[in-house]
Each structure stands twice: as structure tokens, then as C-alpha cells.
Write a protein of this length. Structure first.
Length: 394
């Protein structure tokens, strides 16, 4: 790592957490001219982080949520620019196929807004989809909403690239852990204050443990950490170019084509248990998760039913009751900001989220929001579910 420790006194901004949101917040705050320290317990992009897997889906579709559609477009441009600057391909334009096997109301809302925004998309029949992607099965498939300019991001590589860009711009990365004082300001492991003009807490699944009274159990902005496993299969005819990235909300499963030899990725919408960020974390998926992956994904891509398993991972996943993020200042301190609840759709929007957090924490032309969906207190429901999964009412 290029730099450790705080250099030259107190920074304008301390960012705690070196995942996708934390690294992008630090990078964009640095580009705003601030002095910034990024504190990470291990290293940005490490294997066990929420942002640490090989890949994450990038999609424009967000149902009726026009704000997140706009943030996705902004973020894609930033991810591409970071890839160019770092000299590596961070975004793979595989296309994203929304396989409609239920009523398709969420996809219909998405399609209307994609077309209104000028984002390329097409609606194709099941027969057309099978002709285009022979590995796909038409079983229970009504139609496909296809986003040709979407795809997937190389997740851990993207976090590491953002961290390198941050240090190259003069930012400081320090390895360590912090915990909050009563007003949300940061304390080090000994309990001593960490001096900074402002603080952003972007600590993933650890956030509800650090701030139980704000985002812990039974609060309006409750963030629930759960375990969601992913699997990688050695399936023929499922490489990039053979199939798109795909999502079947009706069946409850999604996948990413085989790239870089990892195998075809499958993620079932299946909670494999609770998650304790302070406990040792398993390295592999449960046998139940592997079987659920095969059974559900095999409906859409039969080759996965008996394909050899190449790799599996136990993944952290944290979400709110509404699936909308928490992006708000501490009620007792306007210079302290909390950011969490992004699993399922937050990784790809890290550049837009990071800009919003950086501007808000530094009070430099803050991004104006039209509703209270991201608030800690007096939180609103927001426009539907941006992740395409069932939403609990608050």
C-alpha cells in the first residue's frame, strides 16, 4: 500500500471503510481539493469484503426509480474513466438480460423509464432469446428485457483501482479500526479521538454494530447483514459472448458469464443465514446454497444442472427494509455521515454515491435529493424497490 497514517495534521475528511463506497468517496473528495484519509481494517478490495468478489452486475434498470437510473449512468462513465486511467478493463459490456418469468411489472416500469431516458433497451420474445443465446431455455419465459450497454464490473479490481487512484492523487490510506463517539466522530482503538474536519462511515456489514441506535435492529433505517452465497460453474457455452449477464427475478436467481476462467457465476436470491461481522467468516458456500443455485439457474440455463463446481464464496449482504440506501448525517453531528445498506445494487453506483457523500460531508455544493428515502430518521418508503426483490413496508 502506497501510504499509511495521517500526514501533515488533521485531514478535511476521514473515510472509515475501504470498500467501493469508501474508496470512491475518498477519491472524489480528493478531487474536490480536500485533504483525505481513508481508514481500512485490512486492505481495499480484500477477499472477504462486501465488495471483494470477482464481479458485480452493472445495470441501468431500477424499476420506477429514476434517480438511481441517473446515478447508474453517471457511475458507468466514472467506472470506464477509472479503467482507462488504471490501464485495465473494469467494465465488461456483456449486456444484461432481464428474463421475465412472472408478471413482469418491475421490468415494465424499468423499460418505460429506460426508453424515456434514452438508455438502449429492447424487448425480445422467448424464441428470439433462445436463438440469440442457445444456452438459454425458454421454460416459463414470457419475454426478455435486454440492456445491450449494461454488463458487469470486476469488483475487487475496481476497488483496488480506485484506491490506487486515490493515493496517486495524494490521498492517505491508513490500516486500522475506528469506533464512534456519542456524536459519531471517530475514536481509535485506544479510545482517543481521531481529528478530522468531517467523517464518513462506510463500513458495510459492520455499520449496524457501530451505530445500533441509528441503523440497528428495530430502527426505521435498520440495516440487516445476511449471508448470500455465490457459486461458479465450469459450464460449456456460457462464456462472455455466449450469454449475457442475466437476472430472473421470478425464479429468484441471477448470473454472470464466465470471464477470466472463474466459471459462470450464479447467485440465488436466497438468504443462507445471518451474518456476524465479528465472527470468523467461512470461505465457501453451504451445500444448500450450491443446490439452490443449480436448481434455480438450471431452469434458465440447463447446462448448469450438472456442470462441475469451480469455486464458491460466502458473501456478506446488507440491506434495509426498503432496499434503499442509508446516506445521511448523524442526528447529533452534521459533520458525520453514515453510508450503508447497499447490497444488491449499491456497488455499481459507488461513483455517484461517493460524490454525494463527499459533497455533503465537505459542504461543497451538496447533491439535492427530492425525497427522504435515504434518511436515518423520518425515513420515507421511496419509489418502489430498486433491486427488483420483495420490499418490506416501513
Amino acid at each position: 500500500m502506497a501510504a499509511r497514517g495521517v500526514v501533515g495534521g488533521s485531514p478535511d475528511l476521514l473515510v472509515v471503510g475501504g470498500g467501493s463506497w469508501g474508496t470512491w468517496t475518498a477519491l472524489l473528495a480528493k478531487k474536490l481539493g480536500a485533504s483525505v484519509t481513508l481508514m481500512e481494517a485490512l486492505v481495499p478490495g480484500h477477499r472477504d469484503a462486501t465488495s471483494g468478489d470477482h464481479s458485480r452486475i452493472f445495470r441501468h434498470a431500477h424499476g420506477e426509480d429514476e434517480l438511481l437510473l441517473g446515478w447508474a449512468r453517471k457511475s458507468l462513465a466514472a467506472w470506464k474513466a477509472l479503467g482507462t486511467m488504471s490501464g485495465e478493463e473494469l467494465f465488461v459490456e456483456s449486456g444484461v438480460a432481464w428474463c421475465v418469468s412472472d408478471l413482469g411489472l418491475w421490468e415494465a416500469e424499468s423499460e418505460r423509464r429506460l426508453r424515456a431516458a434514452g438508455v438502449p433497451c429492447e424487448r425480445i420474445t422467448a424464441d428470439e432469446a433462445v436463438k440469440r443465446w442457445p444456452a438459454m431455455s425458454p421454460a416459463a419465459l414470457a419475454s426478455v428485457l435486454y440492456e445491450p450497454t449494461a454488463g458487469f464490473l470486476r469488483a475487487a479490481n475496481g476497488v483496488r483501482a480506485a484506491a490506487r487512484a486515490f493515493t496517486k492523487a495524494g490521498g492517505v490510506i491508513t490500516q486500522g479500526r475506528a469506533h464512534p463517539a456519542a456524536d459519531g466522530s471517530a475514536l481509535d482503538a485506544s479510545g482517543a479521538p481521531i481529528s478530522a474536519g468531517a467523517v464518513v462511515w462506510a463500513t458495510g456489514s459492520s455499520l449496524p454494530g457501530l451505530f445500533p441506535e441509528l441503523v440497528g435492529a428495530d430502527t426505521p433505517a435498520e440495516i440487516t447483514p445476511v449471508r448470500r452465497d455465490v457459486t461458479y460453474f465450469a459450464a460449456k457455452g456460457m462464456q462472455v459472448g455466449d450469454i449475457p449477464t442475466w437476472i430472473d427475478a421470478g425464479v429468484g436467481v441471477w448470473g454472470i458469464p464466465d470471464e477470466s476462467g472463474h466459471g459462470a457465476k450464479v447467485g440465488p436470491d436466497f438468504d443462507a443465514g445471518s451474518f456476524d461481522p465479528n465472527a470468523p467468516w467461512p470461505q465457501e458456500a453451504t451445500e444448500e446454497s450450491i443446490q439452490v443455485s443449480r436448481q434455480r439457474a438450471g431452469i434458465r440455463f440447463p447446462a448448469l444442472l450438472d456442470a462441475p463446481l469451480k469455486e464458491s464464496r460466502a458473501c456478506q449482504h446488507e440491506r434495509t427494509l426498503t432496499w434503499h440506501y442509508v446516506l445521511d448525517h448523524h442526528p447529533a453531528n452534521p459533520k458525520v455521515w453514515l453510508a450503508g445498506g447497499g447490497s444488491g445494487h449499491g456497488y455499481k453506483q459507488a461513483p455517484a454515491v461517493g460524490e454525494a457523500l463527499a459533497r455533503a460531508a465537505l459542504d461543497r455544493s451538496p447533491v439535492a435529493l427530492a425525497d427522504r428515502r435515504f434518511k436515518i430518521l423520518e425515513r420515507e418508503q421511496g419509489p418502489g424497490n430498486p433491486a427488483g426483490e420483495p420490499t418490506e413496508e416501513i
